[in-house]
Design a protein around this ligand. Structure first.
Ligand code: ADP
Ligand code: PEP
Ligand code: K
Ligand code: MG
Length: 603
């Protein structure tokens, strides 16, 4: 591990050549302490090396210089084939600094390691979203999640202030820029959820059977009067009626409304339980959730608009909108973003969690760039036994409409406290993978649980296992996908992707390559859920990050031309040099410039 590479004795400026003197110097990718993909080389070197240089070590290894806070140090990452780096070729070799050229191809380092270790056909197809919270907001915890396969980091604006979220976004960006990950960022709005106050600073309160509690819209100074909680929604006392059921956190504790006294609502505890700060409140009448004035609360509040401005300024990749009720709000947000973010397209994800969204489902999903089955709040708004069939319906609909879909909440809830999941949780994760959802999400498990990394490993290994089972058992569903194209040209792309996916399965190819400018052709391919992974090459880093959410796509940043022959030759040699494909692999190549299908063996 080459921390011991030393600069030559007092050599002057350029040409920046350095002899190093340590005979043991090795650039080892077999360093047990560090995964191969991010061995960092700490090179002490004079300032004559421009920070944008590319270094090469005796022609065998190419290193990319990375920003370093310590002026006396150069930090570089390997950007050429790791197999060549097994041993440094010559203990007195030359370290040559050349003026920089951008890396010819970029791929997330964790995905690259997976490709090299498992081979392309065994890479994970289901994408993983992790909610970042107090348990995972530090740079090293975030890196552990990136190593574990986090594709998207989610920030829940219900919690933490903007300064906290800004720090997390910077840390994710540092990981991407300095260490070669490609983690996308999703901001999730707070919305106008009805919830309790923060219990005057107490960590929790216990409600016992039969106790009479006061739920009040009045504000209180801490400490709160006994058996009293504040409710954040002004119209609460008007909306509820005596006899209504009041559910805390979807039923973790339950009360019955017994009396209304102006701003105070007296309730008897009927299911004892723990009340947590800012716990969600819903009220039910005759077996369904009550929609009174509360149904008029805005989906995007003034606080949310400020958060959205913050998200646009920070360049987040996705904005997930809580409690969407109609397509209008999505259209409104999309035009707001388009007017403000100058081309850096942010994808808008509709969270399906409000009872009203269920009646406008198709319209909402059509308007959005993706959807989330937000089972937490959904399960508090409709009877729980209806959630599984609605999940399946949303996943199917998203696939038909070619929108990525995330299955979220309580996938591994018990792992907030325990190092292994329950069998039932594993079955739930399997079901979501089996439904071929694009992505799975961790909430409390990664935000504040004791075992965030282990939870991510469970999602990843269950996904891999179920995906393999699916392929082995040949559960190919007949591809009865409805037409999604809006123009004849789109229709051609769609048919090409459907045919390419069929061919990929029948010929058992190792990968489908797709050269795509805006990502549309890549998502059309992903929609077909072929047996092999889809290598999606795009010029744009923001498109590349957004493709992170879609099933089976391995996004690469690559500058390519309209000449497919030269694109392919270049890609083959770049990927071969890095051990991601090998001679003889069978590949299908598509491009959205040519609308053609080519089948070939890697030379
Ligand atoms: N940014 C944050 N700061 C503090 N705690 C957080 C943060 N994000 C999430 N959490 C914690 O993780 C839990 C689960 O996250 P999530 O499911 O996103 O939120 P919620 O439970 O409010 O719907 C939250 O209830 C909260 O305790
Ligand atoms: C993902 C969800 O939203 P949040 O965590 O913001 O409540 C949910 O309700 O399931
Ligand atoms: K939220
Ligand atoms: Mg929710």
């Amino acid at each position: 591990h080459p921390r011991n590479l030393r600069p030559p004795p007092a050599r002057a400026k350029a040409p920046a050549k350095f002899t190093h003197y340590s005979p043991q110097a090795r650039i080892s990718t077999a360093d047990a302490a560090m995964p191969a993909a991010h061995s960092l080389l700490h090179l002490a070197a004079p300032k004559s090396v421009a920070p944008t240089s590319t270094l090469s070590l005796a022609g065998a290894a190419h290193l990319r210089l990375l920003p370093s806070r310590r002026p006396q140090r150069l930090v570089a990452s390997c950007s050429s084939a790791h197999p060549d780096l097994a041993a440094f070729p010559n203990p007195n070799g030359l370290l040559v600094a050349e003026p920089a050229a951008a890396a010819p191809i970029d791929i997330d380092v964790a995905t690259e390691a997976e490709l090299r270790e498992n081979g392309s056909r065994s890479t994970r197809r289901t994408k993983l979203v992790c909610t970042v919270g107090p348990a995972t907001c530090g740079p090293s915890e975030l890196e552990a999640l990136a190593v574990g396969g986090m594709n998207v980091a989610r920030l829940n604006m219900c919690h933490g202030d903007r300064e906290w979220h800004q720090k997390v976004i910077s840390s994710v960006r540092m990981l991407n820029e300095e260490k070669g990950y490609a983690v996308a960022v999703m901001m999730d709005t707070e919305g106008s959820e009805i919830h309790m106050g923060d219990l005057g600073g107490a960590p929790a309160a216990k409600a016992e059977d039969g106790e009479i509690w006061t739920f009040s819209v009045r504000s209180f100074e801490a400490p709160l009067p006994e058996l009293t909680v504040h409710v954040n929604y002004e119209g609460f006392a008007e909306d509820v009626r005596v006899g209504d059921d009041l559910l805390v956190d979807g039923g973790m504790a339950r009360f019955e409304v017994v009396e209304k006294l102006g701003p105070d609502v007296k309730c008897r505890c009927t299911d004892p339980g723990l009340l947590l700060p800012r716990a969600n409140l819903t009220f039910w009448r005759d077996g369904s959730v009550v929609r009174a004035k509360n149904a008029m609360l805005p989906t995007i509040t003034s606080k949310d608009w400020l958060d959205i401005d913050f998200g646009i300024a920070e360049g987040v990749d996705f904005i997930a909108v809580s409690f969407v009720k109609s397509a209008e709000v999505i259209n409104h947000l999309k035009s707001y973003i388009a007017a403000r973010s100058r081309g850096s397209d942010i994808a808008v994800i509709a969270k399906i969690e409000s009872i009203d969204s269920l009646t406008n489902l198709e319209e909402i999903i059509r308007a959005s760039d993706g959807a989330m089955v937000a089972r937490g709040d959904l399960g508090a708004q409709i009877p729980l036994e209806q959630v599984p069939s609605i999940q399946q319906k949303i996943v199917k609909l998203c696939r038909q409409l070619n929108k990525p879909v995330i299955v979220a909440s309580q996938l591994l809830e018990s792992m907030i406290e325990y190092p292994i999941p329950t069998r039932a949780e594993v079955a739930d994760v399997s079901e979501a993978v089996h439904q071929r959802a694009d992505a799975l999400m961790l909430s409390g498990e990664s935000a504040m649980g004791r075992y965030p990394d282990k939870a991510l490993i469970v999602l990843s290994s269950v996904s891999l296992r179920i995906e393999r089972w699916w392929r082995e058992e040949k559960h190919h569903e007949p591809l009865e996908l409805e037409d999604v194209s809006s123009s004849f040209s789109d229709k051609i792309s769609e048919e090409i992707c459907i045919s390419a996916a069929k061919m990929a399965n029948k010929l058992e190819v190792d990968a489908v390559f797709v050269y795509t400018k805006g990502g549309h052709m890549a998502s059309l391919l992903s929609r077909c859920r072929p047996d092999c992974p889809i290598f999606a090459f795009t010029n744009s880093t923001s498109v590349r990050r957004r493709l992170n959410l879609q099933w089976g796509l391995i996004p690469f940043r690559l500058t390519f031309s309209d000449d497919m022959e030269s694109n392919l030759n270049r890609t083959f040699s770049l990927l071969k040099a890095r051990g991601m494909i090998k001679s003889g692999d069978l590949v299908i190549a598509l491009s959205d410039m040519l609308q053609s299908i080519q089948v070939m063996n890697v030379p």
